[in-house]
Design a protein around this ligand. Structure first.
Ligand code: PAF
Length: 282
């Protein structure tokens, strides 16, 4: 596996693959890779001739009081895992390479509407940071397809929207969330949890599956169901940011919607965890 730190270097390496007629799949990450990321790479390998992954802890998607400084940076072990999984190129730029004008970069990508609730409400600017860096990465790599995990459900919706509306010719592929045996969605942030917190964390997924069962058994008062679930999580030591039941496209859910998603964001101590469960009533 080649490691490229510069835009010019990764573009030159990709040109060779393109000239050889290879299809290119891209797996963008912020590193500290776990088996969920590796599943994306393995999936990408089944779909394309050539796989590129990026590791870049994107400063613009972190709020001022968030964990940018402490976000785990484990590039050597990430590179080993990617090489073992058969990744062809790792693009690992530094912040100057991605943002030569630093915080003065004048151009940002803002996706209105869909970014204004759920995580967008509690993390102002987060999705503009994500949309901007993903647009830059897609412009640098110009892949045929890019793979993202469904754990970041709203992020995925934002990326699909920007790719469609900015006419970026990359096919966006969603891959189901990887979970630990006890149901906890894999996340680089799980490493922040103390052992007590880690023992409690699977309650988020249990809550999602209980809400799903209640809905499948006919309950339709989504606001009350979500409120009760949020209170239960808070009694059990979480501080919920939101528990919401929405239509699969993230509009408010009505009784006539048959494709639904339940979304949770909750703090356990200082760690913010998110998860979701999408399902169909039909
Ligand atoms: O999901 C992530 O790891 C990040 O938000 C992404 C898509 C790599 C952009 O920095």
């Amino acid at each position: 596996m080649k490691i490229e730190n510069s835009i010019q270097g990764v573009r030159a390496a990709l040109n060779q693959a393109r000239k050889a007629g290879k299809s290119i799949a891209f797996v963008p990450t912020m590193g500290n890779l776990h088996s969920g990321h590796i599943a994306l790479v393995l999936n990408a390998k089944r779909r394309a001739d050539f796989v590129v992954s990026s590791v870049f802890v994107n400063p613009t998607q972190f709020g001022v009081n968030e964990d940018f400084a402490s976000y785990p940076r484990t590039l050597d072990s990430d590179a080993n895992l990617l090489a073992e999984a058969g990744c062809d190129i790792l693009f690992a730029p530094n912040a100057e390479e991605m943002y030569p004008d630093g915080r003065q970069q004048a151009t940002t990508v803002q996706v209105a509407g869909i970014t204004e609730f759920l995580c967008g409400a509690s993390r102002p600017g987060h999705f503009t940071g994500v949309a901007t860096v993903v647009t830059k990465l897609l412009n640098i790599i110009q892949p045929d397809m890019a793979l993202f995990g469904e754990k970041d459900y709203q992020q995925l919706a934002v990326i699909r929207r920007l790719v469609t509306e900015l006419c970026i010719p990359t096919n966006i592929i969603a891959i189901p969330t990887h979970r630990a045996d006890d149901g906890l969605a894999l996340s680089s942030r799980n490493g922040y949890l103390s052992s007590d917190e880690r023992a409690k964390a699977p309650l988020i997924y249990q809550t999602l599956t209980q809400l799903q069962s209640a809905i499948l058994s006919g309950q339709r008062d989504y606001a009350s169901l979500a409120h009760a679930a949020s209170s239960h999580l808070n009694k059990c030591g979480f501080q919920t940011d939101y528990v919401e039941i929405r239509a699969a496209n993230l509009d408010s859910a009505t009784e006539s919607d048959s494709d639904l998603v339940i979304l949770v964001a909750a703090y356990l101590g200082k760690t913010r965890l998110i998860d979701n469960l999408a399902f169909s009533l039909a």
